[in-house]
Design a protein around this ligand. Structure first.
Ligand SMILES: Cc1cc2nc3c(=O)[nH]c(=O)nc-3n(C[C@H](O)[C@H](O)[C@H](O)COP(=O)(O)OP(=O)(O)OC[C@H]3O[C@@H](n4cnc5c(N)ncnc54)[C@H](O)[C@@H]3O)c2cc1C
Length: 202
């Protein structure tokens, strides 16, 4: 769910707030507007019936989110909603079809960088297709080498993202994770390294 909101919030901070079954980010965008976007499991929404109930009964239990929701001016009447987002494992080559971007594998939004990964995987794929079209690869080699390069660049990042995402959503696990990460700069840097690749300049 995504809203644009206005209010007296920190302009230099990307806020990330937990709630049961999900998490919510807030960040300054253009003009005087902030982007507020949250991701929730489907089950609580199904149980509570409406987005408003989900927000009132679950999100607003978090005092930071309560403050944001109660003091913000909402620019949209209703949130922009996308659903059925799946973080299930996918393959860079499926049924001989070459996949790039989210179609090959989606990193959890918590880790960020999905857009850069989509561009990067398209760059890798176009290089491999070029080798195939210029007769340097057979079709089998194209599929083999694209899978290999995709997995080398993104496989472990996507797996790490999926595991880190499971820490958020359960109160006990996320409270423990946040307190450990706050205390240990080394641990937070290590987590960043697991989900972010090397600089990519195409
Ligand atoms: C809630 C959320 C927050 C995110 N936040 C960030 C962020 O802050 N930073 C970041 O880098 N990434 C973020 N991401 C991830 C990022 O959006 C994706 O990784 C990225 O957009 C993937 O690009 P893509 O081109 O592979 O797929 P997409 O951007 O999904 O593009 C695929 C396009 O294909 C179209 N399409 C689908 N089927 C068909 C069809 N049959 N015929 C024609 N067209 C079709 C779709 O409509 C879509 O326009 C976020 C994702 C989510 C879900």
């Amino acid at each position: 769910m995504k809203y644009h909101i206005k209010g007296d919030f920190d302009r230099d901070l990307i806020g990330l707030h937990n709630f049961q079954g999900g998490y919510c980010g807030i960040t300054k965008v253009e003009d005087d507007t902030f982007n507020l976007c949250y991701l929730s499991l489907r089950a609580p929404l199904k149980k509570l019936g409406t987005v408003r109930n989900l927000e009132e009964k679950i999100l607003l239990k978090n005092p930071f989110l309560r403050h944001i929701f109660n003091t913000a001016t909402f620019v949209f009447d209703k949130p922009v909603v996308i659903n059925e987002i799946s973080f299930a494992s996918k393959e860079p080559v499926s049924d001989h079809i070459l996949m790039s971007g989210d179609a090959a594998g989606m990193i959890t939004p918590l880790c960020g960088n999905g857009i850069a990964m989509a561009i990067h995987s398209a760059d890798i794929l176009s290089g491999q297709v070029h080798l195939f079209l210029s007769g340097k690869y057979s079709r089998n080699e194209l599929e083999h080498w694209y899978s290999h390069l995709w997995n080398r660049n993104f496989g472990s990042r996507i797996r790490a993202g999926r595991q880190i995402q499971t820490l958020f959503g359960s109160s006990a696990a996320s409270n423990l994770a946040v307190s450990l990460i706050k205390r240990s700069g080394l641990l937070s840097k290590w987590i960043m390294r697991q989900t972010h690749g090397e600089v990519f300049d195409g």
